[in-house]
Design a protein. Structure first.
Length: 629
């Protein structure tokens, strides 16, 4: 394997995934916990330890005020997360998730992960895209490309269909966002025709409807409002998400949360039945909200529903029967489920990475900008230079003039959106072009150029044609980070990475020690009567010695005393086997892992050979296949 490989990362609202191309095919990479879905959750324990992924999600119920979820919905904003008087931007929190994904992938692959393609919702604006790229930089990744999630999905779907001509509509409903893209596939070219979406619609909203219903049902029964209890609300959130998932397979589900509240009469338990039909009634309007973006994308692509050959479902939320029914009724075709909707975005991002590295050839991606771009002109009007669904990369130029006599400065206010008035669109930033020669209004010629790169990130330049005086910037909105801020956060992230590695080593050593303590105590119970006084004393002393070490944070001492306890156990086991089965039984003892010639599995997964030396690491079969006489 080569570290020049480029991974694909789906940085999701609820879960994140990472993938790589091997042997021409994209594969998902599991987390250290063995799952392919990395929960996009960051938490801080009460002792100040940073937690990311599954461990952070597990502490959310007991420690909700120190747990951060759905950070993706805040990308590109000035929202701040505060914990222990320290404030974190959405980019920093997202970088913590990416660091976890990166570290687990490196452990799995066996080489450094340095470059990545990261996906974003098609309707992410410039600030959100730049924030995502900043998060990657903070995590120590070179983000070689930002691509739209529906486009990535189509790359994964079409990898083996490069010669087939078809028009595909990607219906992407994730945890926090909804996107629809229309693409033409064929001859190795993936051309996005149009995209539309809603950045504030996703599976989280379906969860919220269940939560609201549960709160009201509980209030009717007990006259207690659970909204005032953060721990209770976190329990409701988790139960609601699980109920939504179960209702994709079952017609009803039982939601039971004991001891969720209490009053003067004692503890109160939530115990209700939720049917699929009731769930669909509660969320009917959310399903309907998916229709307009789909029709908009079709209209912008200049196509009718009948011209769509396939609808590709993307995102875990598309497993909901109501969503699949809506797709069937809207397009009159069965939606495609050829690829796991949870994995398809990351797999497609890996395909794009392999295209960029040259590993996959004869594939060309032609994407579009999802929102119009322009500037504010006199009267607060939004004047567009680049219309939405224009193929990128693209550059457009237009000449403007001054609005007042003798004007020597013009402010270029860059905007993104679809509304007619500037105030109703997203401001991406402002800059000034100075030293314009004084002249009557309407005489100066100011050339403004917009340039959108392959990542969908905007560059803007303004030039006075009389003097060639020019001002050029990469749009940096107030919510984006400066390079100095990114560098500081990269340094901070590296410190955390070292601390995390140290904690992981400490944790592994302590876990190993506790396992050996349990084994030793069982050995005393089961073989104590067969041991000599000296053997019992050696074993008990080793147990107490290791227990004492565990009261400290000296990892090396814990490892050393774990080895002492192992040797004491090996000596007892060897003598026991020798007394009943001779040398043959002793050989079996060595194979079983309880003989001094067997290498010990320390915190790093290895160890020194015993006194006789030369023994190889036993296989899993050797370790667990006990010798039978």
């Amino acid at each position: 394997m080569s570290s020049s490989k480029i991974v694909g990362i789906d940085l999701g609202t609820t879960n994140s995934l990472i993938s790589i191309v091997e042997g021409g095919q994209p594969i998902a990479i599991p987390s250290a916990e063995g799952d392919y879905l990395f929960p996009s959750v960051v938490g801080f324990s009460r002792s100040g330890e940073r937690l990311v992924g599954s461990v952070a999600k597990r502490q959310a119920i007991s420690n909700p005020e120190r747990t951060i979820i759905s950070v993706k919905r805040h990308m590109g904003t000035d929202f701040r997360f505060t914990c222990d008087e320290k404030s974190h931007s959405p980019q920093e929190i997202s970088a913590m998730i990416l660091q976890k994904v990166k570290a687990d992938a490196e452990a799995y692959l066996g080489f450094p992960v340095e470059k990545a393609v990261i996906t974003v919702p098609a309707y992410f604006n410039d600030s959100e895209r730049q924030a995502t790229k900043d998060a990657g930089a903070i995590a120590g990744l070179e983000v070689v490309r930002i691509i739209n999630e529906p486009t990535a999905s189509c790359l994964a779907y079409g990898l083996d269909k490069t010669e087939k001509q078809e028009t595909v509509l990607v219906w992407d409903l994730g945890g926090g966002t909804f996107d629809v893209s229309v693409l033409d596939l064929g001859g190795g070219v993936f051309q996005v025709k149009a995209t539309a979406g809603n950045n504030r619609l996703g599976g989280d909203d379906w969860d919220q409807r269940i939560m609201d219903w549960l709160v009201e049902e509980f209030k009717k029964q007990f006259q207690i409002d659970l909204r005032t209890d953060r721990v209770a609300m976190q329990r409701l959130k988790e139960a609601s998400e699980q109920a939504k998932i179960r209702l994709s397979q079952e017609t009803s589900t039982h939601i039971k949360l004991p001891f969720i509240a209490a009053d003067a009469s004692g503890p109160k338990h939530l115990d209700v039945e939720l049917s699929r039909s009731k769930f669909q009634e509660l969320t009917h309007d959310l399903v309907e909200k998916t229709v307009e973006p789909a029709l908009t994308a079709l209209e912008d692509a200049g196509m009718s529903k009948s011209e769509i050959d396939k609808v590709l479902l993307v995102g875990g939320s598309t497993r909901m029967p109501a969503i699949q029914d809506k797709v069937r009724s809207l397009f009159g075709i069965e939606p495609s489920k050829e690829i796991d909707p949870d994995k398809v975005v990351a797999l497609g991002a890996a395909v794009q990475g392999a295209v960029l590295s040259g590993e996959v050839k004869d594939m060309v991606l032609l994407d579009v900008t999802s929102l119009s771009l322009g500037i504010e002109t006199v009267g607060g009007v939004f004047t567009k230079l680049i219309e939405r669904n224009t193929q990128i990369p693209v550059a457009k130029t237009r000449v403007f003039t001054t609005a007042a006599d003798g004007q020597t400065v013009v402010e270029v206010h860059v905007l993104q959106g679809e509304r007619e008035l500037a105030a109703h669109n997203k401001s991406l930033g402002r800059f000034e072009l100075r030293n314009i020669p004084p002249a009557p209004r309407g005489v100066p010629q100011i050339e403004v150029t917009f340039d959108i790169d392959v990542n969908g990130i905007v560059n803007v330049a303004a030039k006075d044609l009389a003097t060639n005086n020019k001002q050029k910037i990469v749009i940096q909105s107030p919510t984006n980070l400066t390079q100095e801020e990114i560098n500081a956060m990269v340094k901070d992230a590296a410190i955390y990475a070292e601390e995390d590695a140290k904690r992981r080593t400490e944790s592994q050593a302590r876990n190993k020690a506790n396992i050996e303590l349990d084994t030793a105590e069982r050995q005393l119970r089961e073989l104590g009567e067969q041991m000599s006084f000296e053997q019992q004393k050696r074993l008990r002393d080793a147990i107490e010695r290791l227990r004492g070490s565990l009261q400290t944070y000296d990892t090396e001492k814990i490892k050393e005393d774990t080895k002492v306890l192992q040797d004491a156990m090996y000596a007892v086991s060897t003598e026991a086997y020798m007394s009943v089965g001779g040398e043959k039984a002793a050989d079996a003892a060595r194979k079983s892992g309880y003989a001094p010639t067997t290498p010990t599995r320390g915190a790093e997964g290895g160890g020194e050979a015993g006194a006789e030396g030369g023994a190889e690491e036993p296989s899993d079969q050797d370790l667990f296949g006990w010798f039978q006489q």
